[in-house]
Ligand binder design. Structure first.
Ligand code: PXG
Length: 302
């Protein structure tokens, strides 16, 4: 039997075989969830929306006063280099910047060297059958923190809020759930943004309601415009979800996935809707034709 080649992980400028790749137990990313990350896709040998992901990463870093030890250009080349050295055409990239090793106090100023990690692997969040049949969702009891508590716009390493929501999903035998903010508005899933379709118009919660400003969400809003579909960024309630014609989730890992029920209420026909299919098709056509090539241009080595 042929062995699958071992993945190579970029750690602080070096490529390390996955089985030997490790970080310090004193890294504050581990001790306190102090750090940030991005999940990025490679479609057909091209990194999808890399500039947008890097921009969000540097914004998250700014919010945490975390100094990324590379320029955006260097990091972009490091990402391309790591993908290329792993030889994958379709892949998932996990870019992680943690506060780095420090002492046992939480003071980040004791961590002079942030840790930079780039993992390239494959990902399948949900089984293919779920994309055909559509997902069943429920709303959960845990709330997303407000923008004044821990702004969900920061893609930090502290995902306990989503982990707790996922535990609620697991306890109910569901793959994903809808999370509300402290005002009872529906904001997002554990790792995806939410869209409704009603009367042919798309609705999605605005960034000010406290969400991660999803790259896929923005791609869908842009594609909707080119497809001639109206869209509105407005707060949505569970009532809006129950009475929508269609519902779908978007995310780098989930891509575009239809939702057919929530809290036992059938949404629309109870099947993945036509607008959802149209957006999903447009998304894949776009994703396969777009992005920064990994293999065709020479990359700068760090
Ligand atoms: N909201 C949250 C809380 C997220 O974590 C999204 C929305 C969608 O954003 P993008 O930019 O990806 O369209 C995310 C992204 C996973 C996983 O394993 C989840 C994400 C990213 C990578 C992996 O569930 N979430």
């Amino acid at each position: 039997m042929e062995h699958a080649a071992e993945r190579l992980i970029f750690i602080n400028g070096e490529l390390i075989p996955a089985s030997k790749a490790s970080v310090s137990v004193f890294d504050h990313g581990f001790l306190y969830g102090d750090g940030i990350f991005e999940g990025i896709r490679v479609y057909s040998g091209r990194v999808f929306k890399l500039e947008e992901h890097l921009e969000r990463l540097y914004d998250s870093a700014k919010a945490l006063l975390l100094q990324i030890p590379y320029t955006p250009t260097e990091l972009r080349e490091a990402v391309r280099y790591t993908v290329r050295e792993n030889g994958l055409q379709d892949a998932y990239i996990r870019l992680v910047i943690s506060r780095g090793p420090g002492d046992l106090g939480l003071d980040p100023t004791r961590c002079p060297h942030p840790t930079v990690i780039i993992i390239v692997d494959t990902i399948r969040l949900y089984p293919e059958s779920l994309y055909q049949s559509g997902m069943e969702l429920a709303s959960v009891s845990i709330r997303r923190p407000g923008t004044d508590v821990l702004n969900p716009a920061v893609k930090s390493l502290n995902y306990l809020n989503s982990v707790l929501a996922k535990i609620e999903a697991n306890l109910r035998g569901l793959s994903e759930v809808l999370i509300l903010n402290q005002f009872g508005q529906v904001v997002e899933g554990t790792g995806d943004n939410v869209f409704l379709v009603k009367g042919g118009t798309l609705y999605t919660p605005p960034t000010y309601s406290g969400i991660l400003n999803g790259i896929t969400r923005q791609v869908v809003l842009d594609l909707a415009r080119t497809e001639g579909i109206l869209s509105q960024e407005v707060p949505i309630t569970l009532h809006d979800v129950y009475t929508a014609d269609e519902c779908f989730l978007t995310g780098t890992a989930a891509e575009v996935i239809g939702v057919v029920s929530c809290d036992g209420r059938q949404i629309g026909t109870g099947k993945v809707g036509l607008v959802t299919r149209q957006i999903r098709d447009a998304f894949f056509t776009y994703a396969r034709s777009e992005g920064l090539p990994v293999y065709t241009e020479d990359t700068l080595r760090i």
